[in-house]
Design a protein around this ligand. Structure first.
Ligand SMILES: Nc1ncnc2c1ncn2[C@@H]1O[C@H](COP(=O)(O)OP(=O)(O)O)[C@@H](O)[C@H]1O
Ligand SMILES: [Mg+2]
Length: 361
């Protein structure tokens, strides 16, 4: 098999940079996404997500770098000539226009024939299940309905790539969860690539086929949700994505010497950096098992004192002081009637070698 017949990538971004005065909004970003993929750009406020999206849409000129959609370089094209559409964080609907006219506005601007506009507006409104409300104005709609109108307006031009900037930010939690599923379903039906900006990790995990974790204008790691969760590359990603426990130590083969914990942590992979280097070890709270007696046969075990228990409904988080200034968090499943550890109890923590992730930086 050769790659000769492989379809071109939906989007390639090569070495994009953007400064505003002294502020570097996007430092040096490169990535590819395939056709029909959903990429989530995940990161804290101010890390450059919107700027990156605006450059792809053409509303911002990059200082350096190229943008390719399905193999064609679009870096120098104005927004309206790009096969790309962006749905803004604020939705930016025209208040005096009906839903149908809001959705059709871009097509009118392009001089598309009236009958064709009507047909495509109807089709787009059907897709987002808003056809019945076509004659309403935005102020006669709920937040969720407005969001769908904005979405219909973004897909009516049949872009090859859809950019969504925090599409669910204005919705309440329940509606947000439902809308996530709807968006994924819609994306599958349309078969176009999505780039979704979010600062919400659950949203990124549940919607995206790939996640790019951003840190101060750069991509700290890009991969499937599983890879990012199971094999974070750095302390930043491990901490940001899923808030792992992070221990500091020194690499020695597949062990990490951790004097603060008083043990050598067994892992299933050696540090890339090599022996003798300072490394972090990430351990997810839900991969730590608690027991009142020393666990037998565990790859790693250490004892501590229960400091606090926070009840979160579906699980509890047990904070265990392992040494002065060193606390680990372990998640406890609350489905079963397990004995709850109490404040001040001595408790054993155990975790498998494969759940101890060595972090280079
Ligand atoms: N038009 C602009 N002029 C000046 N600074 C800007 C402009 N747009 C964004 N920035 C700055 O660039 C950085 C990244 O912003 P932004 O891309 O909006 O981040 P995010 O969407 O991740 O919150 C921030 O420090 C922001 O203040
Ligand atoms: Mg933003």
């Amino acid at each position: 098999m050769t790659d000769a017949a492989a379809p071109p990538l939906a989007l390639s971004v090569v070495g994009l940079r953007k400064k505003f005065g002294d502020v570097t909004a996007v430092a040096d970003v490169s990535f590819d996404i395939g056709r029909g993929e959903r990429l989530a750009l995940l990161g804290e406020s101010g890390c450059g997500k919107t700027t990156l999206l605006r450059m792809i849409a053409g509303f911002e000129r990059p200082d350096t770098g190229r943008i390719l959609v399905e193999g064609s370089d679009i870096t120098d094209l104005p927004p309206y000539e790009r096969p790309v559409n962006m749905m803004f964080q604020s939705y930016a609907l025209f208040p005096h226009m009906t839903v149908a006219r809001n959705v059709g506005f871009g097509l009118v601007q392009e001089g598309v024939a009236r009958a064709e506009i009507e047909r495509r507006v109807e089709e787009a409104l059907e897709l987002v299940r808003m056809a019945e409300l076509a004659e309403r104005r935005p102020d006669q709609l709920s937040g969720g309905q407005r969001q769908r109108v904005a979405l219909a307006r973004a897909i009516v031009k049949r872009p090859k790539l859809l950019l969504l900037d925090e599409p669910m930010a204005a919705l309440d939690r329940k509606l947000r969860e439902r809308t996530r599923l709807e968006l994924v379903e819609l994306q599958r039906r349309l078969g176009i690539a999505f780039v979704i900006v979010t600062h919400d990790q659950d949203e990124a995990m549940s919607m995206a086929s790939k996640v790019a974790v951003m840190d101060r204008g750069t991509i700290a790691q890009l991969g499937t949700p599983t890879t990012i969760y199971e094999r974070p590359r750095s302390r930043f990603v491990a901490d940001f994505f899923g808030s792992a426990n992070i221990l500091e130590g020194e690499a020695a083969g597949r062990l990490v010497r951790c004097p603060a914990l008083g043990i050598d942590i067994k892992t299933d992979h050696a540090a890339d950096a090599g022996d003798g280097r300072r490394v972090g070890v990430a351990i997810r709270p839900e991969r730590i098992a608690l027991s009142t007696h020393r666990p037998e046969g565990a790859d790693n075990a250490a004892m501590g004192v229960v400091q606090a228990l926070s009840y979160l409904g579906d699980r509890s988080i047990c904070h265990v002081e392992m040494a002065p200034g060193l606390t680990l968090r372990a998640a406890i499943d609350t489905r079963h009637d397990q004995p709850r550890p109490g404040h001040g109890d001595n408790i054993w923590l155990a975790w498998a070698a494969r759940d101890a992730i060595v972090l280079g930086d």
